[in-house]
Write a protein that binds this ligand. Structure first.
Ligand code: NAD
Length: 485
């Protein structure tokens, strides 16, 4: 591994690792120990300008590089990512806190995005009707849009950047990545491996930092498109601001995913599914299950089993083999979550399992699995995305009631039903407000070949990431109408 965690992180502009012109920096901390791993610059709008200019310079040559040649870089990149999979997962665990098993799953999901992008020659194909009218041919061609910016969150340091730049670049665009300031180490490694895969300089640039970098990208004349993933308020801000500056934008936001548990479900498997989805990655997933809605008389049994399984989770450093619950990302996030737990008690939800009482041998930002029962839709713990291992249980009499209360949420990323009934599945599938629906699966995140398609306040924009939506987002269509005399 050429990248060492002890080094300070720099920006990557025009094929060179360069220092930011900014004077401020932030500590990148291992959330399992509180120790500083490295320091990341808070870059300036001037740094952004350099990166965008580098991407703009590279655009002409890269967009004219034959598509199969662009795809070949992705094949090489895929190979390098596979060869480095364990190191990449280790970096993710070290800077994000999720367990090594979770991190390895994320590496795999990320690699699948590169595999999808390697299909660029197929994906970039246009369409033709030779006889749209007498003697007239209509042809649609795809072209890249230009310089694309990607702004990413801390919770998937590998998968989310790989939702963006491989496909954008394979489509012929050039790219500026602004990773989360909390997880910049993996982003730097991803860029380093992309260079090793043979990407020409300037095609992929990396600018570290926070708000100023984001605003610099949103306001820059030469950025044509912005792909954003993060929390709801920031997604809405990015969407509105980027649109105001005339850019195309896709902004993926927060979530509050519900699992509806029917009386005829396989209880053991459903409990395992909910435990995995609610407490995996310490609940810091946009596809985490944060609310269970039990239907009919299964409530008491289900809650009892949830508690039993949650008691078995082993909190600790994600690099230790026995760990099943890692830390939260930062101390201030943990404080925010503790406030929600206090609030839940004040709102008279029944605290079935109090994760505040759990202890870990390490010194990080740990919080044990927490379960509230008898939650209702008036409570803030139901309304807000808490983004932590805090699960709410709501009791409903019927499936219709369960669907109706789920649909009251402002968010609509994912929703799952556990049942053995085709009739219930059909009713759920047809009536639930969610862009990604699961039937007896823990986390209904689609693979890279399909769009990641949240609804309502979980997504701002039109074209989603991945799949054909991703290709459409990263390309402009040109229609040619021809008559031959
Ligand atoms: P965040 O919104 O705090 O940060 C995301 C990015 O925006 C970071 O790069 C950050 O530097 C930047 N940013 C933060 N505040 C900003 C501001 N005021 N102005 C400009 N830029 C700003 O999100 P996070 O805490 O890193 O990630 C967790 C959130 O992301 C959760 O809400 C989660 O649900 C969401 N998420 C959604 C999806 C999805 O597919 N819908 C996927 C992953 C994460």
């Amino acid at each position: 591994m050429t990248f060492k965690i002890s080094e300070n992180i720099n920006n990557y502009i025009n094929g060179e690792w360069v220092e930011s012109t900014g004077e401020d920096s932030l500590h990148v901390v291992n959330p399992a120990s509180g120790e500083t791993l490295t320091v990341v610059p808070v870059s300036t709008k001037g740094d952004v300008d350099q990166a965008v200019k580098s991407a703009k310079r590279a655009f002409h040559s890269w967009s004219n590089t034959p598509v199969p040649k662009r795809a070949r870089v992705m094949f090489k990149y895929q190979q390098l990512l596979m060869e480095n999979a364990d190191d990449l997962a280790k970096i993710i665990t070290t800077e994000n806190g999720k367990t090594f098993a979770d991190a390895s799953g994320e590496v795999q999901r990320g690699i699948e995005c590169v595999e999808f992008a390697a299909g660029a020659p197929e994906l970039m194909k246009g369409e033709v009707i030779p006889d749209i009218a007498q003697g007239i041919e209509s042809t649609m061609y795809r072209y890249p849009v230009g310089v694309v910016a990607g702004i990413t969150p801390f919770n998937f340091p590998m998968m989310v950047p790989l939702w963006m730049f491989p496909l954008a670049i394979a489509c012929g665009n050039t790219f500026v990545l602004k990773p989360s300031e909390k997880t910049p180490i993996l982003a730097a490694r991803l860029v380093e491996l992309m260079t090793e895969a043979g990407l020409p300089k300037g095609v992929l640039n990396l600018v570290n930092g926070a708000h100023d970098v984001v605003n610099g990208l949103l306001e820059h004349d030469e950025v044509e498109a912005v792909s954003f993933v993060g929390s709801q308020p920031v997604a809405e801000y990015v969407y509105k601001t980027a649109a105001q500056y005339g850019k195309r934008v896709q902004a993926l936001a927060g979530a509050k995913n519900h699992a509806v548990v029917m009386p005829d479900c396989d209880v053991e498997k459903s409990v395992d599914g909910v435990i995995n989805a609610a407490f995996g990655s310490a609940g810091e997933r946009c596809m985490a299950c944060s609310v269970v809605v039990t239907v009919g008389d299964i409530g008491d049994t289900f809650v009892e089993k949830l508690k039993e399984k949650a008691d078995q989770l082993k909190m600790g450093d994600g690099l230790e083999a026995e760990t099943t619950l890692g830390p939260l990302i930062r101390a201030d996030h943990k404080d925010r979550v503790l406030n929600y737990i206090d609030l839940g008690e004040k709102e008279s939800a029944k605290l079935i399992r109090d994760g505040r009482k759990d202890t870990a041998s390490n010194n990080g930002y740990f919080l044990g699995a927490t379960i509230f029962d008898h939650v209702n839709t008036e409570m803030a713990i139901w309304k807000d995305e808490i983004f932590a291992p805090v699960l709410s249980v709501i009791r409903a009499e019927t499936l219709e009631e369960a669907i109706a209360l789920t649909n009251q949420s402002d968010f609509a990323n994912g929703a799952v039903i556990y049942t053995d009934s085709n009739k219930a599945v059909r009713a759920f599938k047809e009536n639930i407000d969610a862009g990604m629906v699961g039937v007896n699966v823990n986390v209904p995140a689609p693979m890279a070949f399909f769009p990641f398609s949240g609804w309502k306040n979980s997504f701002y924009g039109d074209l989603h990431v991945n799949g054909k939506d991703g290709v459409n987002f990263f390309t402009r269509r040109k229609m040619v109408t021809s008559r031959y005399f």
